[in-house]
Design a protein around this ligand. Sequence first.
Ligand SMILES: Nc1ncnc2c1ncn2[C@@H]1O[C@H](COP(=O)(O)OP(=O)(O)OP(=O)(O)O)[C@@H](O)[C@H]1O
Ligand SMILES: [Mg+2]
Length: 432
Amino acid sequence: MITFDLILGQVKECLALHKSALGDISEAVINRDLNGRVRLIVPEEAQDNPFIQTLATTLAERLAPHAYPLERMVLFEEDMGVVFSGVSSFPLDGFPNVRVVDRLATEGNWTTIGPLSPGAPRIVFFSIKGGVGRSTALAASAWSLAEAGKKVLVLDLDLESPGLSSALLPQGRRRGFGIVDWLVEDLVDNGDAVLDDMVASSTLSREGDIYVVAAHGRDPWEYIAKLGRVWMPKVKPDGTREPWSRRLVRLLEALEQRLQPDVVLLDSRAGIDEVASSCVLELGATQVLLFAIDSDQTWAGYRILFEHWRNAGVAQAIRERLQLVGAMVPDDEGRKAYLEGMVEQACDVFTESFYDEIPSGESTAGYFSFDRTDEAAPHYPVPIRWNRGFAALRSLHSRLEVVDEKEVRFVFGPLLDGLEVTFTQQGVRDNG
Ligand SMILES: Nc1ncnc2c1ncn2[C@@H]1O[C@H](COP(=O)(O)OP(=O)(O)OP(=O)(O)O)[C@@H](O)[C@H]1O
Ligand SMILES: [Mg+2]
């Protein structure tokens, strides 16, 4: 009797046993439905291939109870494109013409990666666990970049637990609508009705601008009823589905078009869920800041996520955009030991999933590989200090109103320096 975790291993064994079945087929799909049952989808032309039925029999026997009954095990599909529409899919390791399609209850996609945005850098603030100071760091970054004269666009994508906007805006400056409103209105082609009243301007910076797009408007109204519809794909007149994450990219592009920001900061939801997934992979982020505290739960969470990326074949595409951030690093005599412990753990986790193995005797040149103590490595934490002034704040906004550059630099300095580097790199890329 097999369990879900054993499905793909069994599928590979079956395919290896019946190589001739898929040998001359352009493309085959292993489809895992919402209940975790597998069926094989092949192009219509394969109907004459006698080996397909033998393969189907083996699959049905080996995968039960995670298999369709034999008579429905194979689906011959006229248009294979339809199979991939609006769902997550990834290549089956070792079988170049086979992809795995996962039908999930949510449409979050941890297996495809959006192209890099050609415009202003988009920087995602992500963490595997909540409450580590991610939104505070984002607010401080926005403030600091604006003080340096930049036009900063900030989106609160932590839709299920919004909070960033109140950190950057006093109550009176909130606008009528938020991201959730746009995503709901867009389903009925009414996004433009709310777009004009979504962008608030923060009073915190005297030099540059901070534009804030909140999760909801000044009155959230029926927020829960709206939130339940946010994840809906949009079905176009021709029947194709636009996943919600693609709709979010459209919103982001519309906002960038209007505001022409120098940089976009995105507050992602914490954890392994669909909003976080699209923030990290699908929004074309230039850089993904992975906030971490040194705890077993944090590393276990990142391991799950990174392994999934590796299995789905996106690790190579995302790895150059990742940077670990050490959140709330103790600011006492324990600091050095804490950071060293963190480097150890982080290096192991990153090496397992992202770093190339260097053949013995070769130099590291040309490989994506870093020494444990290389401060420029993606695993080497950019430290943020634990600071009493930022702890347990009732209102971050009032705190930022009185904060000075020196204090922000003391707590967040290395993070802010890193953001500057991102700017410089983007500039170099843009100018060829
Ligand atoms: N550098 C810091 N030092 C000490 N306390 C901090 C620091 N940064 C944030 N805090 C405090 O930690 C708590 C959580 O901060 P914040 O809301 O920014 O975290 P978060 O990771 O965005 O949380 P969530 O996952 O709930 O959105 C707040 O009480 C905040 O005031
Ligand atoms: Mg937050």
